[in-house]
Design a protein around this ligand. Structure first.
Ligand code: ARG
Length: 498
C-alpha cells in the first residue's frame, strides 16, 4: 500500500465534545484493539495518535500473513486447531492476502497496527474461529519476525539493483578499455591510470556491499516466532518448525533476546548507509566528470536535467540526489542505535521506532540505484579529452624518478632531481615533452636523453603490471574476475527472491 489514512482524523472524538458524548464516541469508535479486556474505556485521542503505526507497518502485511499461516499449522500439530479449523483458517488467510493485494482490504484509521488490522480481517472472514490464531503468539515475537522477513526479502531486491549498477560500470570499463585518464590524489593530477581501472574502483565497494548483505542475511535468518511476549509459550508449539516453514535457518535460542533484539535492523542500516556512502562518492565523481572543467563524460539527456532560467544548463541531478540521500541513510542508522542504547530487556514500545527508518532505507536505495545504473549505462565518455589530459600536471614524474632508481640512483636523490626538473619546466613554461637534451643535462647529469623512453602514458600504464595495478592486462583480468563475482551475486538474489 502507499499510505494509510493519517491517524487521529475522523475516527476519534474531538477534545471539544461534551464528555458523555466523548465517552460514547471513544467507545464506539475506539481502535480495533487486541488488548481491550482489562480497560474500561478507550484510549485518549492523544495516545491513539501517538501509538498507531499502521500507516507505515502495513508494509509488513504479506510477511505477517506468512507468519500466521506457519503459526496456524503449528497450532494444528499441537492439537489446538482441528484439521477442519486449520483448513478454514488457511483459506481465510489466503483470501485476506488476496484482498490486501487487490486493495479491497485496507487498514482502517481505527486499526492500531498491521497485526490488529489483519486480525480484524480474519475475524470478518471467520468469526470466532479467527480469534484462535493468537494463541501462543504475541505481537512482540510477531513484529520481530515480520521485520526480519521483510528485510531479508528486500535485501535480495537491493542486491539485484546493485548487480545492475555493477554491470553498468563494468560495461563502461570494457567499452573504454585502453583509454588513459589522469589519476588523482588530493583531486590533483597524480599518475596516469586507465579510466576503466577507475570505473572498476567503484565496482569493488559494491561487491563488498553485496557480500556484507549476504553475510548479514545469515544472522538475520533466525526466527523469533514462538518466543511469545518474552518467555516462550506453555502451549506445545514448535518454533523450529515455524522457522523452517518461513525460510529461516533456525529458531531463536533465547526468547527474551528474540523479542528485544534489533541488531539485525541496525546491521542492515549500516550496510544500507555504507551503500549510500558509496553511491555518494560515485555521484560526486560523476558531478566532477560532467563539469565544464573536467569534460570527461557527457550525460545522456534521459538522465540529466535542465534549468528553469539558464537554457544552456545540463545538470547531474541523479548523481546529486544519490550524494544527498546518503545523509538520510546514515541518519537512520544513528537514529536506531540511539533508540536501542539503554533499553532494558525485553520488548519496549521504543522498538516500534525501528521500522520507519528501515523502510525508508530500503525504499531510498530501490529509488536511487536504478537511476544511478541508468546514468552510468548511458553516459558517453570523452576519450579524447581523457587521453590528452592524462599526462598533464607532470603526471609522469614518478616514472622518471623510478627509471633513475633502476639505474642505481637513490630514490631520495632521484626525487630531488625530478622535482628540480618540474620547477624548471614551470618557470620556463615547458612540458616534459618539450625539453631538449641540453636542458635535461643542465638540470642533472642523470637526465640523459634516453630517459625519454618512460615519458609516455602508454608505457607508464603498461609498467604498472603487478597484481592490482592499472596495466591493461591486469585490468582485463579484473573485469573477468568481477564478471564472475557479479554472476554469483545475481544468482544469490534470484535464488532467494524466487
Ligand atoms: N506495533 C508494535 C511495534 O512495532 C508491535 C506491537 C507490540 N506492542 C506491544 N504493546 N507489546 O513494535
Amino acid at each position: 500500500m502507499t499510505r494509510a489514512p493519517a491517524p487521529g482524523h475522523g475516527g476519534m472524538a474531538s477534545t471539544r465534545t461534551h464528555s458523555a458524548e466523548k465517552k460514547r464516541n471513544s467507545v464506539t469508535k475506539a481502535p480495533t484493539r487486541l488488548w481491550g479486556g482489562r480497560f474500561e474505556g478507550g484510549p485518549s485521542d492523544a495516545l491513539a495518535r501517538l501509538s498507531v503505526s499502521v500507516q507505515f507497518d502495513w508494509r509488513l502485511a504479506p510477511y505477517d500473513l506468512m507468519g500466521s499461516r506457519a503459526h496456524a499449522r503449528v497450532l494444528n500439530r499441537a492439537g489446538l486447531l482441528t484439521d477442519d479449523e486449520l483448513e478454514r483458517m488457511i483459506g481465510a488467510l489466503d483470501d485476506l492476502e488476496a484482498a490486501c493485494r487487490s486493495g479491497e482490504f485496507r487498514p482502517a484509521v481505527a486499526d492500531e497496527d498491521v497485526h490488529t488490522a489483519l486480525e480484524r480481517g480474519l475475524l470478518e472472514r471467520l468469526g470466532a474461529l479467527g480469534g484462535k490464531l493468537r494463541a501462543g503468539r504475541s505481537r512482540n515475537d510477531q513484529v520481530a519476525t515480520d521485520l526480519r522477513l521483510y528485510l531479508r526479502d528486500h535485501a535480495r531486491q537491493i542486491v539485484s539493483r546493485l548487480v545492475e549498477l555493477e554491470t553498468a560500470l563494468i560495461a563502461q570499463a570494457e567499452h573504454n578499455l585502453g583509454v588513459a585518464a589522469p589519476g588523482m590524489t588530493h583531486l590533483q593530477h597524480a599518475q596516469p591510470v586507465l579510466f576503466s581501472h577507475q570505473l572498476l574502483a567503484h565496482v569493488q565497494p559494491l561487491t563488498r556491499d553485496i557480500d556484507r548483505l549476504r553475510d548479514w542475511d545469515k544472522r538475520a535468518a533466525i526466527s523469533p516466532l514462538g518466543s511469545g511476549a518474552l518467555a516462550g509459550s506453555s502451549l506445545p508449539l514448535d518454533p523450529q518448525a515455524t522457522a523452517a516453514e518461513l525460510g529461516f535457518d533456525a529458531a531463536a535460542p533465547n526468547s527474551m533476546d528474540a523479542v528485544a533484539d534489533r541488531d539485525f535492523v541496525a546491521e542492515f542500516l549500516f550496510a544500507a548507509a555504507l551503500i549510500g556512502v558509496h553511491l555518494s562518492r560515485l555521484g560526486e565523481e560523476v558531478c566532477l566528470w560532467a563539469s565544464q572543467e573536467f569534460r570527461w563524460i557527457e550525460m545522456d539527456d534521459t538522465y540529466a536535467t535542465g534549468s528553469s532560467i539558464m537554457p544552456q544548463k545540463k545538470n547531474p541531478d541523479v548523481a546529486e540526489l544519490a550524494r544527498g540521500k546518503a545523509g538520510r541513510l546514515i541518519g537512520h542508522l544513528v537514529g536506531l542505535l540511539t533508540t536501542l542504547k539503554g533499553l532494558p530487556l525485553t520488548y519496549n514500545r521504543d522498538l516500534q521506532e525501528d521500522k520507519e527508518g528501515a523502510f525508508d532505507a530500503v525504499e531510498t536505495l530501490l529509488l536511487v540505484l536504478p537511476a544511478m545504473s541508468g546514468l552510468i549505462a548511458t553516459m558517453r565518455v570523452n576519450t579524447e579529452r581523457l587521453e590528452t589530459s592524462a599526462p598533464d600536471g607532470f603526471a609522469l614524474a614518478t616514472d622518471l624518478a623510478e627509471l633513475l632508481v633502476r639505474r642505481g640512483v637513490a630514490f631520495r636523490d632521484a626525487h630531488e632531481v625530478v622535482g628540480h626538473l618540474v620547477v624548471w619546466c614551470q618557470v620556463n613554461d615547458k612540458d616534459f615533452d618539450d625539453l631538449t637534451d641540453d636542458e635535461l643535462a643542465k638540470v642533472s647529469p642523470h637526465l640523459t636523453p634516453d630517459v625519454r623512453e618512460v615519458l609516455n602514458v602508454q608505457g607508464a600504464l603498461a609498467s604498472r603490471k603487478a597484481y592490482g595495478g592499472t596495466a591493461p592486462d591486469r585490468v582485463r583480468e579484473q573485469i573477468a574476475a568481477l564478471r564472475a563475482q557479479v554472476n554469483d551475486h545475481a544468482s544469490w538474489a534470484a535464488d532467494s527472491e524466487a
